[in-house]
Design a protein around this ligand. Structure first.
Ligand code: NAP
Ligand code: GLV
Length: 309
C-alpha cells in the first residue's frame, strides 16, 4: 500500500518528511517515480496531469493538496467510484483573512495610489472612507469566506455575503442564489471572490456583474483565475466602471509576460500566495484520510461531485 503525491513542479520532500513525522510506516511514492502502480491506494494531487489517475487500478481516494479541488473534479478520467477530499485548516483560514484584510486596507487607505506616487516623488493626500462607509461583498461563505466576512464586520466594515444556500451570520447581510445576486451587488463597493470554481461560477466575475456594483468599485479575486473574464475586467477598468482589481489567481499561472494585467496602475498582481498549504499543518489530515480510505470509512472534508465543491 502506498500514498502517492502528484504535484508537478513542486519539491515534495517536505511533504514526505511531514507525513513520516505523523506515521513513519507509511510508504510514499512521488510521481513520476512510482515503484509499483498496483500498490497506490491514495493520491494527494495539485495540478496533476489529467488522465493519469485512472492508471492506478487500486486507487480508492484522492485528496487535493489545497482547499480547492476543481483540478480533480475537472478530470473526467477519474472514476466515479473514487472519493475526492480536500484540506481544511485554521492556517488556511488565517492566511486568507490576512490577505483579504491587507487588500482592503490598501484600497481603503489609498496605499495602492501612494505606492505609485512614491515612484513619481509626488506628495498628494487623498480622502479615504471609514470602514462603516465601505460596503464589502463576499461571494462564497464557506470555510474561508465566512470567517473573512466576520473579521471584516468586527472591524466595522459594512459586510454582505452571497452563497448558494441561505445563511444567517451575525452582522452580515446575507444573500443566496441567483435570484438574490443583483440585490447583493447593488451597493457593493469592494467585491471579493472566495467561491469554488464550478460550472456555475466559472466566468462569474464579468462585465454584467461589474455594472451592477456600486460605481467605480474594486474587485478582489483570491479564488480561481477562471472566475474572472479577463477582457471584461480590462474593459471595466478602462471605461471607469471599476476603479481597480486586486488579483491573486489567474487563468494561466504564472501570469504570462505579455498579459494585459501587468504594468497597470489599477491592477495589483500577487502570485497565488493568498493562502498556502503548509506540510506540517495538514499532514495529520492527509494521514487520517489515507487510513480512512484504506479501511473503507467515510473521508473527512469530502467533495460533492454533483455540487462541484
Ligand atoms: P467552501 O468551504 O467549499 O465554500 C464555498 C462557498 O461558496 C460556500 O459558501 C458555497 O455556498 C458558495 N458557493 C458555491 N457555489 C456557489 C454558487 N453557484 N453560487 C453562490 N455561492 C456558491 O470553499 P472554501 O474552502 O471557502 O474555498 C473557496 C475557494 O478559495 C477554493 O475553492 C479555492 O478555489 C480558493 N482558494 C484560493 C487560495 C489562494 O491562495 N488564492 C487558497 C485557498 C482556497 P454554500 O455555503 O451554500 O454551499
Ligand atoms: C489554493 O489555491 C488552494 O485551493 O488551496
Amino acid at each position: 500500500m502506498s500514498l502517492l503525491f502528484i504535484a508537478p513542479g513542486r519539491d515534495l520532500s517536505s511533504w514526505e518528511d511531514a507525513i513520516h513525522r505523523v506515521d513513519s510506516n507509511i510508504e510514499i511514492d512521488i510521481w513520476p517515480a512510482i515503484e509499483d502502480k498496483d500498490r497506490v491506494q491514495f493520491a494527494v494531487c495539485w495540478n496533476h496531469p489529467q488522465h493519469l489517475l485512472d492508471s492506478f487500478p487500486n486507487l480508492k481516494a484522492v485528496s487535493s493538496l489545497g482547499a480547492g479541488a476543481d483540478h480533480l473534479i475537472s478530470d473526467k478520467s477519474l472514476p466515479e467510484s473514487i472519493d475526492i477530499c480536500r484540506v481544511v485548516s485554521p492556517s488556511l483560514v488565517q492566511q486568507m483573512k490576512e490577505y483579504i484584510l491587507a487588500a482592503i486596507l490598501n484600497i481603503q487607505r489609498n496605499f495602492v495610489h501612494y505606492i505609485r506616487q512614491n515612484d513619481q516623488r509626488k506628495w498628494q493626500p487623498h480622502n479615504h472612507p471609514s470602514p462603516k462607509e465601505l460596503q464589502v461583498g463576499i461571494m462564497g461563505l464557506g470555510e474561508l469566506g465566512k470567517p473573512t466576512a466576520k473579521q471584516l464586520a468586527e472591524l466595522g466594515y459594512q459586510v454582505s455575503g452571497w452563497s448558494r444556500s441561505a445563511k444567517e451570520i451575525e452582522n452580515i447581510n446575507t444573500f443566496a442564489g441567483e435570484d438574490e445576486l443583483v440585490q447583493f451587488l447593488e451597493s457593493t463597493h469592494i467585491l471579493i471572490c472566495l467561491l469554488p470554481l464550478t460550472d456555475e461560477t466559472k466566468g462569474i466575475l464579468n462585465l454584467n456583474i461589474f455594472k451592477q456594483m456600486d460605481d467605480h468599485g474594486w474587485i478582489i479575486n483570491a479564488a480561481r483565475g477562471e472566475h474572472l473574464v479577463d477582457e471584461d475586467l480590462i474593459y471595466a477598468l478602462d471605461s471607469n466602471i471599476l476603479q481597480g482589481a486586486w488579483l491573486d489567481v489567474f487563468s494561466e499561472e504564472p501570469l504570462p509576460d505579455k498579459h494585459a494585467f501587468w504594468n497597470r496602475d489599477n491592477v495589483i498582481v500577487t502570485p497565488h500566495i493568498a493562502s498556502i498549504t503548509k506540510p506540517d499543518e495538514i499532514a495529520n489530515q492527509i494521514v487520517e484520510n489515507y487510513k480512512r480510505a484504506l479501511s473503507g470509512m467515510e473521508l473527512n472534508y469530502t467533495i460533492d461531485r454533483e455540487k462541484g465543491y
